[in-house]
Design a protein around this ligand. Structure first.
Ligand code: GLU
Length: 470
């Protein structure tokens, strides 16, 4: 039987789920789903001063919104301190780790001297071979890093990356207060959770040789690694808040669909021919590290917006109607408990979904359908609702009242009959009606708009418009 693929996403809850983290989570998830493997969520919260429960919740919320479900976890490292200590003890017993009595101040002073002399800033190994403990000092525990030879990271994306062991520090694995450090916890957990592939950002590449040495010291097989290329902003510096929203849930707030963001994120590093739009099933089927590039990826908000508009166009109106409802509430177009017929809302959405790039835009354009009062664009009102349109509007109102069937084709016939009678172009009637119904001069086809609004609302709005004509 083939080896079971086990991967993990291991965020530190020191902030919201951001674009880079989400992309790492997504690549892990896709790899697991592609291989019918296991995806584990592990919260790396050992930095107690910066980790919060709110951030854990926010990360989980972001992953759920993106549809990245996990099979095991969430595990929290703070629940596992005993495990890390027992692993550190094992290394101490075997002489693979040692107690270090140097204080933070001493280390800092020595670093400064080394820096001034242009020497290596590595720990100088002072406590490596101490025979006796230093009385009155609680020691930290350091890993005895081999100082000769090389450590090779065999990376699925970058190929072999070679590190000289003499560059590697005797890293602290337990601080003097007994808390474990990142490199120990990550290796212990990856061992304990039987992780087969470590997929993470390439900002961790420099940690990898140290971690490989730890795996070997424990006598465990080294997992495979895939270090994902960095994500940059348009100015080619590392993606940060300066480049716009980086938190995943900010994209929810701005009216993005999770499918669009997932589709965008996967293309930050991965490609499949020139295909741009993928279903989730296609992503799962096609995903492999062979198609992940080494070069940094540039985050392009316009491209993401374009993808979102594609997804809005391609989503069933009933579904969009459901998704847009909270945005109607947020934009204060409806109240939280206001009933809206879902089938009717879907019909309204259908007239707009070709034009709206986000759910926020969609909600804003739904306003004239949903709200009782409409907001007039002053210029449009002046230009189209005046004595020139008054008679046409009145005639339309009478015609609409008399219609036995209120539908697009009937309305079209009525409009045509009126403009023919007056010998004017269709726009001479249609534009004032558009302003009367929507407040502005741009909208979907006018018959569709009228049909969705329904006879009652149309008559009320025509009446109001006529009263504004002078
Ligand atoms: N907790 C680390 C981070 O958030 C990830 C560690 C890893 O994936 O190995 O950057």
């Amino acid at each position: 039987m083939a080896e079971e693929i086990r991967v993990r996403f291991a965020p530190s809850p020191t902030g919201f789920l951001h674009i880079g983290g989400a992309r790492t989570a997504l690549f892990n998830w896709l790899y697991a789903r592609n291989a019918k493997g296991t995806f584990i969520l592990r919260i790396e919260d050992t930095d107690r001063t910066r980790s919060t429960d709110e951030y854990i919740d926010a990360i989980i919320e972001g992953m759920k919104w993106l549809g990245l479900d996990w099979d095991e976890g969430p595990f929290r490292q703070t629940d596992r301190f005993d495990v890390y200590r027992s692993y550190a003890d094992k290394l101490l017993k075997e002489g693979k780790a040692y107690y270090c009595y140097c204080s933070a101040e001493e280390l800092e002073a020595r670093r400064k001297v080394a820096m001034a002399q242009g020497k290596s800033l590595k720990y100088d190994g002072r406590c490596r071979d101490l025979k006796e403990p230093v009385p009155g000092v609680t020691p930290a525990v350091r890993f005895r890093m081999p100082q000769q030879g090389q450590t090779v990271v065999e990376d699925l994306i970058r190929g072999n990356v070679v590190f000289e062991n003499e560059q590697l520090d005797d890293l602290i694995i337990l601080r003097s207060d007994g808390t474990p450090t990142y490199n120990l916890t990550v290796v212990v957990d990856d061992v304990d959770m039987r992780i087969t592939h470590v997929i993470r950002g390439d900002d961790h590449l420099n940690n990898t040789p140290k971690q490989i040495q730890l795996y070997q010291a424990f006598g465990y097989a080294v997992p495979k690694f895939a270090h994902l290329p960095m994500i940059l902003g348009a100015d080619k510096t590392r993606l940060s808040k300066r480049h716009g929203a980086t938190s995943v849930m900010a994209y929810y707030e701005m009216g993005y669909l999770p499918e669009a963001l997932v589709n965008y994120l996967v293309r930050l590093g991965w490609s499949y021919g020139d295909q741009e739009v993928f279903t989730r099933d296609e992503l799962i089927r096609y995903f492999s590290f062979e198609n992940v590039g080494k070069a940094a990826a540039v985050f392009n908000p316009e491209k993401l917006l374009w993808l979102n508009s594609q997804y809005i166009m391609g989503t069933a109106p009933e579904k969009l109607a459901e998704l847009v409802r909270p945005f109607l509430v947020k934009e204060q177009i409806i109240t939280e408990d206001q009933p809206l017929d879902p089938a009717w809302l879907a019909r309204a959405v259908q007239t707009l979904q070709e034009r709206a790039k986000t759910l926020v835009e969609l909600a804003a354009s739904l306003r004239y359908y949903v709200a009782e009062d409409i907001i007039f664009n002053e210029k449009a009102k002046e230009k189209f609702l005046n004595e020139k349109s008054r008679d046409l509007l009145k005639e339309l109102k009478d015609g609409v009242s008399a219609l036995s069937e209120f539908s697009s084709p009937e309305l079209e016939m009525l409009f045509k009959a009126i403009v023919e009678k007056h010998g004017v172009k269709l726009g001479v009637l249609a534009q004032p009606v558009r302003v009367a119904m929507t407040g502005g001069t741009e909208s979907p086809g006018i018959y569709e708009v009228l049909e969705v609004l329904g006879k009652e609302k149309v008559l009320r709005r025509l009446e109001k418009a006529i009263s504004l004509t002078g």
